[in-house]
Write a new protein. Structure first.
Length: 132
């Protein structure tokens, strides 16, 4: 939904930007790149979703989770880093370590805050990531 930047009030009707992503929990938006990064708590995944409703919902890209990454079990809250240059590049995600529900591999770890650094490849438009 478009939001008026001055009043923070709705400036239009809600729009569907993706379909078929199971167990959506939280997200952070990169307005400059026109994407949202969406966590799926019980599916242990992170998706990169274009915000333009004119782009097909199938353009969503699975960034983390296939195969399962045991450093990213039960991702929930998402937030951009607060340092200069972090927005759109460095995000932090809370995880429950795979406690709810236990992941398919049966691995349970302590809850954590995971730092993910996104690196754009300008020649192909792909986004690479690095977990810390």
């Amino acid at each position: 939904m478009a939001v008026d930047p001055a009043t923070h009030q709705p400036a239009g009707e809600p729009e569907v930007v993706t379909k078929g992503i199971h167990a959506v929990d939280d997200f952070c938006v990169d307005e400059n790149a026109g994407v949202a990064y969406i966590t799926t708590h019980i599916d242990n995944t992170l998706w990169r979703v274009p915000l333009d409703p004119a782009i097909a919902a199938t353009e969503s890209e699975l960034i983390i989770g296939e195969p399962i990454d045991h450093r990213f079990l039960g991702p929930s809250s998402a937030a951009w880093g607060r340092q200069n240059g972090d927005h759109g590049r460095i995000a932090y995600f809370t995880t429950d370590g795979g406690h709810t529900p236990p992941n398919p591999a049966g691995i349970i770890k302590p809850a954590a805050v995971v730092r993910v650094e996104f690196q754009r490849e300008p020649e192909v438009g792909d986004v690479q990531h690095q977990l810390h």
